[in-house]
Ligand binder design. Sequence first.
Ligand SMILES: [Zn+2]
Length: 206
Amino acid sequence: MDDAEDGDVILHEYGHAMQDSESSAFGHSSRYGPAAVAEGSSDYWAAVMSWRSPHTANEDDVCIFDWDAIRYGRFFPRVQPEKSGRRCGRRTDVNRTLDEATARCPRVPFGGRYAPDPHCVGEVWSTGLWNIRRSLASEGRARARDMDQIYLASQFMYTGKETLKDAANALLCADEDLHPKGRPGDCRGEHYAVIHREMTRRGILH
Ligand SMILES: [Zn+2]
């Protein structure tokens, strides 16, 4: 199976291209934190684009690389068929905390040591973003699009040492920039409560 046959793969890689152009320090970093944020963000972007396509259900959106994953099972035994029979390379509804993912994700070589797979830890981040989007979408499709704008704006603030916590705080500040409320500069915009609550659930903010 050719990776390039899967629309989710194209969208995921396009997500990385946006990251590179919005913050080259982030895009070109070889550190672990930026890698986990980048992989999760790109999975989120693939889910968003699926949501924006006609006639998709939530399962279509959160199941990433489901065409590519038809053959993944041979190489990545951890990809199990879903109840529906479809396989997902990754998902954006993995409701783990950051600590749980760090403990359970397979360890892979990274920067001369072994570390939890940043793609797997990234699922905590993509799930956090997706849950926020779902909360906002329940108030209407325009609200869900607010989340995409907030997410894209937040990436301009990313640094070469970005952590998931930094990225969650960038999301809060981008929300305030786009949807100001209360005291200027306190990064508590209109969607502060929903963003902060979800990022706390994921163990990214405390
Ligand atoms: Zn990637």
